[in-house]
Design a protein around this ligand. Structure first.
Ligand code: ADP
Length: 589
């Protein structure tokens, strides 16, 4: 029986022998049809035959099962075979293989008759699919009667050959499916690993092992296209080494990827294959380049999402490695889709990152501008106020001049307050000057602020109640800044509450280790739309009754920045015409 030499490679990545249906057929031939040995092999993608089932002889089984051998040798022998229908017979006289090349040779003496079976006789049924492609073989040896089979025996064997062909096709199909599942799993693993990554380099780093292993590749690289469709994007290798692709190849690859993405196809580029989309010259250019880096073939996969092709993935195999299978091609296209999605994610993240950076720069610039401007305004303003005071102190000024001077002084003081607010806003928004936190008694601050506003409150017949126990309520923060929080909230409550209204301010320690400051009034209230923008700089209400009060729209912006930089939070509850409640939570000391 011709069979692989013992040295032939065993196993492989595919499932090995042990297929039940194939085994049963082989056993049928030995147990029922009366042959000594039967073996069924399948043809692998790499042009090797692998023995899947052996029956009849334990010695033969041990030696043959799982072994692989190139198919060419057998095909050459079959050329010389007698055609017995499904069976092919090569008598030992015609066989070219020498004794040493036999995998397993039965130890028998041929009978001394003209049709005696010789241990080196070859009886094989090539098993073909519907297209006539050879997918496996059934080999039979050792007839029970020691003679070459006659017509009756051949008919029986042909029945087994038909069964074996069906079983081989089923077994291969099942393996193909298993391989598909395995590769799809790889693809999914890649996406899972890659989705958390923020850069393509990282995505490749994490997905490379799975891709190379799953596709039995030598290596891989990825080319991405520029977002704006101009330029050539980048080529990333996954193992840290740079892939230097000639410019011309980069653009051939880009065009090919776009066409393939449209057709939802992958392609193989290898010596001796048709170049498909490529011209003969382009194909040869690629082959030459691949040869220069020790690569025999590539599986070229477009990457994309939706209608957009975003790049390509190239998986490589060395010269003499097995070819790429249909299953691998299909799974690679899936990977192309997954990686395409990942590229889109990376891009979105990078875009967002750029935008945030730009906004931060803009914000820094604005803060600096405000700080510089207010500094520059501060000195001349102080000088203006000083001189106004001197002028106002001159005796005997005519009435209209005095009126003008005092109007000027009021204006200059208001300007001074705006400048002070701007300076403070810049200061509390500056990340380079964090809070110098110490325990601060909020209750004392509240009492001081309320006392300072007592005259104004009395003038407008407003009652202000302070609700606090006798104990200190210690917040962790900066006393001056927290004073500013309380005074801005209380002065707003006074400002936006009509005469005769009631205001209350309370400070308490909460159970969860915070300090709560509440400032409530029965004033104008704030509409829900206005509440959304309340803490934005320069925001003033759309309510005419509120706008009629003097203000800059900076007070609450300062309050919220101070609260934020203290690690606290501020919330507002308000209803138009009913009043407002501002709650500030700060970490306690
Ligand atoms: P300003 O009071 O200088 O205008 P703020 O930042 O302190 O600036 O307040 C912003 C806007 O919020 C005010 O113009 C006002 O319309 C509204 N507002 C603030 N506090 C109250 C309050 N207690 N009652 C009603 N409206 C208020």
């Amino acid at each position: 029986m011709p069979s692989p030499p013992p040295a032939a490679a065993r196993g492989g990545a595919r499932p090995g022998p042990g297929d039940d249906a194939l085994q049963l057929i082989a056993e049928g031939i030995t147990a029922i049809a009366g042959w000594g040995v039967a073996a069924i092999s399948v043809v692998r993608d790499d042009g090797q035959m692998q023995v899947m089932a052996v029956a009849g002889n334990e010695d033969a089984r041990r030696q043959l099962e799982g072994s692989r051998t190139p198919i060419e040798g057998l095909l050459a022998e079959l050329e010389k075979a007698d055609d017995w229908g499904l069976l092919k017979f090569v008598p030992h006289e015609r066989l070219d293989l020498g004794e040493g090349e036999w995998g397993w040779v039965p130890d028998i003496e041929p009978l001394d008759v003209p049709d005696a079976w010789h241990p080196m006789d070859l009886l094989v049924a090539p098993l073909r699919d519907h297209d006539g492609t050879l997918r496996g073989t059934l080999s039979i040896d050792l007839p029970a009667d020691g003679r070459r089979p006659g017509p009756d025996q051949r008919r029986v064997l042909e029945t087994y050959a038909e069964q074996a062909a069906r079983a081989v096709l089923t077994a291969l199909e099942r393996e193909e499916l298993a391989a598909q599942v395995r590769l799809a799993d790889t693809a999914r693993r890649i996406v899972r690993q890659a989705s958390g990554q923020r850069s393509l380099e990282h995505i490749l780093e994490t997905s490379r092992p799975a891709l190379v292993e799953g596709f039995r590749a030598l290596g891989m690289w990825i080319q991405t296209f520029d977002e704006d469709g101009l330029g050539k994007g980048s080529v990333y290798s996954a193992d840290g080494t740079t892939v230097v692709l000639p410019d011309e190849l980069v653009s051939i690859a880009e065009n090919a990827a776009r066409d393939l993405w449209t057709d939802q196809q992958v392609t193989v580029v290898a010596e001796g294959r048709s170049f498909g989309l490529l011209t003969e010259q382009q194909g040869q250019q690629i082959i030459d380049f691949l040869a220069s880096i020790g690569v025999g073939s590539i599986l070229f996969v477009p990457l994309g999402a939706g209608h957009e092709c975003l790049g390509n993935l190239v998986l490589t195999r060395p010269v003499h490695a097995p070819g790429w299978t249909e299953t691998e091609a299909a799974a690679a296209l899936d990977v192309g889709r997954d990686l395409g999605g990942a590229i889109l994610n990376v891009r979105a993240y990078e875009r967002e990152h750029r935008l945030v950076k730009q906004l931060q720069e803009l914000d820094t610039y604005r803060t600096q501008l405000i700080a510089t401007l207010s500094h520059e305004l501060k000195n001349p303003l102080t000088s203006v106020l000083g001189h106004l005071e001197i002028l106002e102190s001159v005796d005997g000024l005519p009435g209209p001049v005095r009126t003008s001077l005092s109007a000027m002084e009021r204006g200059a003081r208001r300007l001074g307050r705006v400048v002070d607010d701007l300076l403070l806003l810049a200061q509390v928004g500056d990340p380079d000057h964090p809070v110098a936190a110490r325990p601060v008694d909020l209750r004392t601050i509240v009492e001081d602020v309320v006392e300072l506003t007592a005259v104004e409150a009395e003038r407008r017949h407003l009652s202000v109640a302070v609700l606090a126990g006798a104990d200190q309520v210690l917040a962790n923060g900066d006393a001056t800044e927290l004073d500013r929080v309380v005074s801005n909230l209380v002065s707003n409550a006074l400002k936006y509450t009509p005469e005769g209204g009631h205001i209350s301010v309370s400070v308490t320690s909460t159970d969860d280790g915070q300090v709560e400051l509440v400032c409530s009034d029965e004033g104008l209230g704030i509409s829900p739309e206005d509440q959304e923008q309340l803490f934005t700089e320069f925001f003033r209400s759309s309510n005419p009754a509120a706008v009629s009060q003097p203000g800059t729209g900076l007070g609450l912006a300062i309050v919220s920045r101070i609260v934020q930089r203290h690690g606290g939070r501020i919330v507002v509850e308000s209803e138009l015409g009913k009043g407002s409640t501002f709650r500030v939570f700060l970490p306690s000391a």
